[in-house]
Design a protein around this ligand. Structure first.
Ligand SMILES: [Mg+2]
Length: 195
């Protein structure tokens, strides 16, 4: 049996990205979204991640850093995020007859029947359409299993050379085998990703 092609599509910094759609001035600025009662950081912009803020870090610990770097904090608005999630999932459903919604901002699409097409281009089309129709940035990872598509998605997020779409078979060609050094994978996962 020839290998399948499974895509994992994941919105980047989902809650922060939703807030940015309605307030474009937040673009390029350090933004966090806080959990219920403003307890902890549950979504971080890249600028906030670069300051070393961890997922789930309590907001009271971050007050000094926030003051120093002008971090903008939002209370979470789950009605908005659920609505944006529906829009994203409905659009993604048009790209494959086989969709599995995995979380509020992630889903798998079975692209096996599109394997004769250029999967990088297909992934870029998905990315562009989500951006154009919702304003949200997504990354796409494609591999023969769900686990590998998830790992490929991780690489697509971390390495700008993928331009948001990482197809497992092209990892070595695009980045060389050093690309996995930045991430802690088990040896067996590394073999599966590169070979
Ligand atoms: Mg996400």
């Amino acid at each position: 049996m020839s290998p399948r092609a499974i895509a994992l599509i994941d919105v980047n910094n989902f809650y922060v990205s939703c807030e940015r759609i309605f307030n474009p001035k937040l673009e390029g600025r350090p933004v966090v979204v806080l959990s219920n009662n403003d307890g902890c950081a549950v979504s971080r912009s890249d600028e906030v991640k670069a300051l070393g803020v961890k997922m789930g870090q309590p907001w009271f610990q971050l007050k000094d850093l926030a003051k120093k770097h002008g971090i903008i904090a939002y209370s979470s608005n789950y009605t908005l995020y659920a609505d944006m999630s529906h829009r994203v999932m409905n659009i993604l459903a048009t790209f494959s007859p086989n969709q599995e919604i995995y979380s509020i901002d992630e889903c798998f699409l079975d692209l096996t029947e599109f394997k004769t097409q250029n999967l990088t281009l297909y992934g870029q089309l998905i990315r562009q359409r989500i951006k154009q129709w919702t304003g949200l940035p997504v990354c796409v990872g494609i591999g023969p299993t769900k686990t590998l598509s998830k790992l490929a998605n991780h690489l697509a997020k971390k390495h700008p050379e993928f331009n948001g779409v990482c197809v497992r078979q092209l990892i070595k060609k695009k980045c060389g085998s050093n690309v996995l050094r930045s991430v802690k994978y088990g040896a067996s996962e590394e073999n599966l990703l590169l070979n």
